[in-house]
Design a protein. Structure first.
Length: 99
């Protein structure tokens, strides 16, 4: 049996994630998630933010709602990635209900 004597790889530093931004053309908040040490692009629809999290209509209200619920939103992106979703991961209202 051969033993690998090379030193273990150091852990990857967490990627620098871009700030969430509202994208008018797609009516979504675009953001990034750290997935296995890499920045993954994702977005959530205005409708999902409004219906699921009670976000208001204005841009500041949408971004505030995203920020307040980002741990749950990021967790759903991670779940979708494990289910085989490809980047960019698009979140709609239905993705927040457990199958």
């Amino acid at each position: 049996m051969q033993v690998d004597s090379s030193p273990p790889e150091p852990p990857r530093p967490a990627p620098v994630l871009a700030e969430p931004q509202f994208h008018d053309a797609s009516d979504t908040v675009r953001f990034q998630v750290n997935a296995a040490g890499a920045a993954v692009n994702a977005s959530i629809t205005r409708q999902a933010l409004r219906h699921r999290f009670g976000a208001g209509e204005t841009l500041p209200e949408l971004l505030a709602s995203f920020a307040a619920h980002s741990p749950q939103i990021h967790a759903v992106v991670q779940r979708r990635l494990t289910e085989g979703a490809l980047e960019p991961v698009m979140l709609r209202e239905a993705h927040f209900t457990q199958p």
